[in-house]
Design a protein. Structure first.
Length: 184
């Protein structure tokens, strides 16, 4: 599969807020490679697509898979400005990812502090686009480790049938301490 065909088949987007070092920005790299289409204006976010939002109350689940045909958008911003960024609201069907461990060098081992690339790959995996998820992660030295580190929860999330089942799986793997509840 060529780099361009991955983007055309799945319609992946990154709303680039340019809050981080561009040289270390995973979303910018994916855009340069032609795997993800950059978005620079909020109004360009597909209204019928899925927008990944760590502050959303509803979790992404396989039930949301049909909406991916309209587009999957990751909001590329700094974790240091997460509250400020997501207080604005974004178009599309906002969904948070279920809990996972980050493998990127900046937030390695931290729960749910994923890079934009990790967020896209996790969504694709849960939506049963496993090969595309692996391909996306293959462009980063640390990328394949993300899938290894989260192999069991990702597989369980993928075969879950409902958002309630996803939430139950989250609790089994990560619990729900007060620290993690403040993320959502």
């Amino acid at each position: 599969m060529s780099q361009a065909s991955l983007t055309q088949k799945l319609r992946l987007y990154a709303y680039l807020m340019r809050q981080d070092d561009r040289r270390k920005c995973a979303a910018a790299k994916l855009c340069r490679l032609g795997l993800v289409q950059p978005i620079f204006q909020k109004r360009a976010i597909p209204r019928r697509g899925i927008t990944l939002n760590p502050k959303a109350s509803n979790v992404f689940s396989p039930e949301d898979k049909p909406r991916l045909s309209y587009g999957l958008v990751v909001i590329d911003c700094s974790w240091k400005r997460i509250d400020e960024t997501f207080a604005r609201g974004f178009g599309g069907l906002n969904r948070r990812l279920p809990l996972l461990l980050a493998a990127n060098p900046i937030n390695y081992g931290k729960i749910s502090m994923l890079s934009s690339a990790e967020a896209l790959a996790a969504t694709l995996y849960i939506a049963d686009h496993v090969n595309e998820s692996r391909r996306l992660m293959s462009f980063f030295k640390w990328g394949p480790n993300f899938l290894v580190l989260n192999e069991n929860p990702l597989e369980d999330y993928r075969i879950a049938k409902s958002p309630e089942e996803i939430t139950k799986i989250e609790r089994e793997y990560f619990g729900m301490s007060e620290k993690f509840q403040t993320l959502f």
